[in-house]
Write a protein that binds this ligand. Structure first.
Ligand SMILES: C[S@@+](CC[C@H](N)C(=O)[O-])C[C@H]1O[C@@H](n2cnc3c(N)ncnc32)[C@H](O)[C@@H]1O
Length: 349
């Protein structure tokens, strides 16, 4: 005879759902946006019938999706049955500064979606999920996949737009003359810095695919004459002679050994009196962190684990990396509460 199970009270469904069905919630919002609903209702509120005609979807399935998009907080439905975006749902609109559509397109790309599905293997094997699924590192993969490279760089650029203001206003660039943005992508950050500091010259350094859109971005910002574009592999060498080496959201992509190599290359390349400035998130002490901050950083950290070999590091871990590269941590400046975004300045020992 089997022993009866002890009856335990179930937690509230509101606690259970995000843990078990979080992926469904992101698919409800993402599918609604991909079908064009966000753009359609952004123009003016629309009924289900109007949306069905515009989207060309199955009316029954589509009305279920719309109902779910209301339930997850992306849309509202008024008394006349017209749908519109909620304040948070507006991130899916084309005029939002933080482009949820770009992030959604990136996460649902088959190569990335599959990688997230291999997270258990990643944790068991201690290897990035992307590498397990595709047999190559993420950055090597996008070197020969222009579509995924473009999606990745657009996603990074959306993040950069969100952070630019805090970097430009929160960090003092006035005492530099020549800055290099290592892994600087399409040059969005350098554009913002150069526009705020007319005395500065800059070098943008990234892979060939990374700088693909840089000429357009720099030209649109009117800073082409003060910014050189250089390509290469920062694990081999970086441009020499600058007095500040910026690394924004770069160190977190790499394992400790690679980080030490990249930091050492910057250290060896810099002009006398130069410094390295790492911009990125800091992993908070689990026990004392604000739960919302801890969650956003943890999600970012696990997303990195799915794609690359890095992690979001604590202040002490940054300090240890700098020490191994012959650098000492000179200053840590909190820049933005979101993702606990900080500037870490390091100088040669
Ligand atoms: C997470 S993205 C950050 C981009 C940009 N700094 C930002 O914050 O938006 C990492 C960047 O490192 C670049 N990268 C990756 N491997 C590289 C390598 N071996 N040498 C130079 N750049 C590399 C990528 O192309 C990408 O632009």
């Amino acid at each position: 005879m089997s022993t009866p199970r002890t009856t335990v009270a179930l937690p509230e469904m509101s606690q259970i759902l995000p843990l078990v069905y979080g992926f469904t919630i992101s698919q409800i919002a993402g599918t609604t946006a991909r079908l064009g609903v966000a753009d359609l209702v952004q123009e003016s509120p629309k009924t289900a019938a109007e949306l069905t005609a515009a989207v060309g979807a199955d009316p029954n399935y589509f009305s279920q999706l719309l109902r779910a998009a209301v339930a997850v907080g992306m849309l509202t439905r008024d008394q006349e049955g017209r749908y519109t975006l909620t304040p948070v749902g507006r991130i899916f609109g084309t005029d939002s500064p933080w482009q949820a559509k770009v992030h959604d397109a990136w996460h649902t790309h088959p190569a990335v979606w599959q990688a997230f599905g291999a997270l258990e293997d990643a944790v068991r094997q201690g290897r990035p999920a992307f590498e397990i699924v595709h047999n190559t590192s993420f950055f090597d993969y996008i070197d020969s996949n222009a579509e995924l490279a473009a999606l990745f760089h657009s996603t990074m650029s959306t993040n950069t737009h969100a952070n630019n203001a805090t970097i430009v206003t929160g960090y003092d660039f006035s005492h530099f003359t020549h800055i290099v943005d290592i892994g600087g992508g399409n040059g969005a950050l350098l554009s913002a810095i150069l526009n705020a500091h007319k005395h500065l010259h800059a070098t943008l350094f990234d892979t060939t695919s990374g700088v693909h859109d840089a000429p357009t971005v720099l030209a649109a910002a009117g800073v082409t004459d003060r910014c050189e574009i250089t390509t290469g592999d920062f694990r081999r060498s970086v441009p020499t002679g600058a007095d500040a080496y910026l690394l924004k959201n770069v160190i977190h992509d790499w394992d400790d050994e690679s980080c030490v190599t990249i930091l050492r290359n910057c250290r060896n390349a810099m002009a006398p009196g130069g410094r390295i400035v790492v911009f990125g998130s800091v992993m908070p002490e689990q026990e004392t962190a604000d739960p919302a901050d801890a969650l956003s950083v943890a999600i970012q950290d696990v997303a990195i684990m799915a794609i690359c070999s890095g992690s979001t590091r604590s202040i002490a871990e940054h300090e240890a990396l700098f020490a191994r590269a012959g650098l000492k941590l000179a200053e840590v400046t909190p820049l933005h509460h979101q993702f606990l975004f900080h500037a870490f300045e390091a100088v040669p020992v």
